[in-house]
Design a protein around this ligand. Sequence first.
Ligand code: COA
Length: 373
Amino acid sequence: MKRVIISGIGVVIPEASITNEQLVESFNAWVDKENPRREAAGEPLLQKSDTAFIEYASGVKKRHVLVADGILDPDRMAPRIPSRDDDQLSVMAEFGVASARRALDDAGLEPGDIDMVICAASHHQRPYPAISIEIQNALGIPGAAFDMGLGCSSAAAGLHVAYNLVRTGAQKRVMVVTPEIITGHLNFRDRQTHFIFGDASTAVILEPIGDDETRPGRFEVLDTRGWTQFSNNIRTNFGFLLRDGQDDTSAVQMEGNMIKQVGNKVFKEVTVAGHRFIVGFLADHGLTPHDVRRFWLHQANARMNAMILKLAFGHEVGHDRAPMVLERLGNTAAAGAVIALEENHRDMKPGDYGLLCAFGAGYSIGSALLRMM
Ligand code: COA
């Protein structure tokens, strides 16, 4: 088996951002328009959203979005992302290519040095041709590419696959690209979820290293692991059979078929599962949480991460140990833990351990144990 390193990481955060205040103002304007209709129809009235609740409950203050236009318009409440011709680079591939280029630059590599692209994201723009193949084609990468998804654990699951492909020598260098345009599938009219997500794209390159070699400033990947357990508590019903369940097949019904979650159940169940997973994974390597210099956890909820770490450590740990990017970016789905890693590793010393651990829909957990060289 070969030793494997992360030779490059690329992150792209879109420029446009939306604050909680802006989001709540537009949500509440929509409620004011919608409730008279509901009242007249005898339907249950909607409750307003609240910035203080959002900040306290989730820790999110603002989020960056690929396209802001349309999201705050109470008559639309969805980004306006014009569809493109089939011969143009698709929106998701373009976002992926941007972070892939940054990862190549970071690694000092050319596209020809990579021989596999995995596009691992929580949503893919279409089933085929695979977005990964479009990214591969746009960059001029030889070899093969495929798409995979595991909710917010997608990037970690992609790393799990890539690590084992490189370790066994099946592939030379694998790039895991995670373009998350999650606002494109978010129901901005749902009080429970409208504030949670933001967009971002990441890419990570894995490659082998010789037994006696070292690359200062880079991480060796010591192991990766996945865990899943079925749950309906985070779910989207959007899919290719949607039309067929409707009487009127002329337009696909989006309402009720976008992301929904039972946030408080997810919070409790994933906190317990996440803590157990982390302690067990580390123990299998003769480590405890105290041995790990830094945790790059999934960026879904600040309180949830604090609780997972408190259970693992037996006391509270600060952001130096477990950095958060959620406050300014929102939950960027599978991209979040990779962004936390990219932004928070340059101060680490040779020999320091780090644990990337993402969790989310499925339920799913994916993790990579790293050591700074
Ligand atoms: N504004 C004001 N009040 C709101 C609100 C909003 N936007 N959204 C929900 N509420 C209300 C609820 O209706 C509820 O009211 P009630 O007590 O009268 O019934 C109350 O606030 C508490 O709701 P709850 O859902 O229990 O809040 P919470 O503390 O669990 O926080 C989340 C909600 C979503 C922030 C939190 O559960 C969470 O982040 N969970 C984990 C999500 C996650 O990890 N997902 C994984 C991957 S994507």
